[in-house]
Structure formats: C-alpha cells, structure tokens
Design a protein around this ligand. Structure first.
Ligand code: SF4
Length: 303
C-alpha cells in the first residue's frame, strides 16, 4: 500500500488541511518465466491513450520474463496470468487510521480477465476494515454491474466472506493480525469479527464505486451502468477530460445523497458535508445529525 497524491483520495479536516490517501494493487500479473509480479491491463477507450500505469509497467517489466512487454493490450494479457498478492491485502488490514484507499491505480480491477474470486477476496478485506473508505474506479462499469448486480445481497456476502475458502482467508489474516498483538484467544477473534462488522451488510457501507468518463459519449454509456450498481456512494472521475461533459446533477444527488448522509463521518469523509451544504443540497443541521450518529457508531465499534 503506497501513499498517493490523487486529490480525491485525500481526507480533509475541518480546518481545511488534509492527509493524502493510499493506493493498493493486490491483483498482480505474473508474466510467464518471471520470478516477480507486475501489473497488466487492456486499453478500452480513448481515455487510456496516455495511461501512466502502462508506462511504469513498461519501465519495470521483469527482465526474466519469457517475453518482453507488449503493452496494455490483448497480446500483453496472453503473456502471463493474474495472481492475488495476499501480503498486500494484509497491509490494508493492518492500517488502523481512517483513510481513503484507491484500489487498482495501476490496472482496472473489473477487466474480464480478473476472476470473481480475486474480487471476492478484495471485498472481504473491505468488509473487515469499516474504518477505511475503499474506492474502486473502473472504465468497465458493465463488469462492475455484473459482479455486484447478478447476485442477491445474501449471495454476495456469502461469496466475499462466508464461503469456506474466503471465510478461511478472512480468519487467517485476522488471526495473523491478532498474533501481532499477542491476543489469539477465541474470544478475541470473536470480538474482532464483531468490531469489524462481519454481520451481513451489502453493499458494504465503506465501499465507493466509481467510473471514469473522458467525454460525453462515455459519460452517457458508463454513468447509467454505474448508477444501476448497488453502492452507498457512486463517484465519477473525469480525467483525462477530452471533451465537455454535461451531468444530470439532480440524478446523481438523488441517487447518492441518502446513502452518503447515512454513513457520513467527517474524520473519514472530509468536506463532503460542507460541499453538500454549500451546494444547497442539505442543511448544516442534517449533516451534523449524520456525523453525530456515525461518531456514536464508531465509538461503539472501538469499545
Ligand atoms: S483502464 Fe486504466 S489502467 Fe487500464 S489501460 Fe485504461 S487507463 Fe490504463
């Protein structure tokens, strides 16, 4: 997990200062013949033309790989396979301070070649870290919708946390953390599970889903798919911006506002409340009530 200068990952404080967020890339790519992993993706639209991740991967492509780097394209994808880096997942679980985490800034986690089982394990970690805000951004909202939309709430939760495999994974990493604190009793494990909100809650309240739109055509195509995908908060990234985009702000607000307020926590979510008040979307009192309710919830979870 690394610090990232990406602005929308920052956590703002009441005085306007902020802390940078983090990026994390647990879904890695292992080229055939290589002893270390790298990242991989496939360009999908004009917004990928100057993909910074592709340039970084080109520079650091493993020298012992059977083939050289072909690029973020279909041929590149055939030169190896995606693997999940549990050590990186563990680094997210160890992070105790509230922060925003951007998952997959070097790839697109919702590209077709990333198996559901890897996404399940990423979301299992999100379920175990309710104090963190996890942000997933994709240029493939159709896959994101398919992943989140085709299963019922119960099925999704079972798949991320309760199937034998994922549940074993969740408990294994949880136990490893508790080992670090010399607290390995069953009671401690149960307390940790409870504090980590392992009771079914879907969509996960601390997960934000977003899509990148570089022009009006992609906005018209991707935003409706994003809004159909169950999430407490939807967000849009318009970078690189290749043309003017007109958004139906009322649609965005209606969809996200209730959910945003229901989970609002100023330490974690920064100035979203201020923004909504300034825009005339909600009153200052409504934001304060939501913040107080979240504070009570956080206090209960920590005791
Ligand atoms: S989807 Fe993102 S990571 Fe993948 S090629 Fe496009 S810009 Fe790069």
């Amino acid at each position: 997990m690394n610090r990232t200068p990406i602005e929308w990952c920052r956590t703002y404080k009441a005085d306007g200062s902020y802390e940078e967020g983090y990026s994390v890339n647990p879904v890695r790519f292992l080229p055939r013949g290589a002893t270390r992993t790298t990242t991989m993706c496939q360009r999908v639209s004009q917004g990928c033309t100057h993909c910074y991740a592709e340039g970084i991967t080109r520079r650091f492509w493993p020298k012992d790989a059977d083939e050289g780097f072909h690029g973020y394209n279909a041929i590149g994808l055939l030169t190896g396979e995606f693997v999940l880096d549990e050590k990186t997942l563990l680094s997210v679980l160890k992070h105790k301070k509230p922060a925003r985490i951007f998952w997959g800034d070097m790839t697109d986690l919702f590209q077709a070649s990333v198996p559901d089982a890897m996404l399940d394990q990423c979301f299992a970690v999100c379920a175990l870290t309710p104090h963190l805000t996890h942000m997933f951004l994709t240029k493939r909202p159709e896959r994101m919708l398919e992943y989140f939309g085709r299963r019922s709430k119960e099925e999704c939760y079972r798949d991320i946390a309760c199937t034998e495999k994922q549940f074993a994974f969740v408990w294994r990493v949880q136990k490893r953390i508790l080992d670090l604190f010399n607290s390995v009793s069953t009671e401690a494990l149960n307390r940790a599970a409870e504090a980590n909100n392992l009771t079914p809650s879907w969509p996960l309240p601390n997960v934000w889903l977003g899509t990148s739109v570089e022009d009006q055509a992609q906005a018209d195509k991707r935003i409706p798919l994003l809004l159909q995908t169950p999430s407490w908060v939807h967000f849009i990234s318009a970078e690189p911006l290749l043309g003017e985009i007109l958004l139906e702000m009322e649609l965005v607000r209606r969809d996200s506002l209730a959910a945003m307020l229901a989970r609002y926590h100023p330490d974690r979510d920064g100035r979203i409340g201020d923004f909504l008040v300034a825009e005339g979307v909600v009153t200052r009192e409504a934001v304060q009530i939501a913040a107080d309710a979240q504070q009570r919830l956080m206090t209960t979870a920590q005791t």
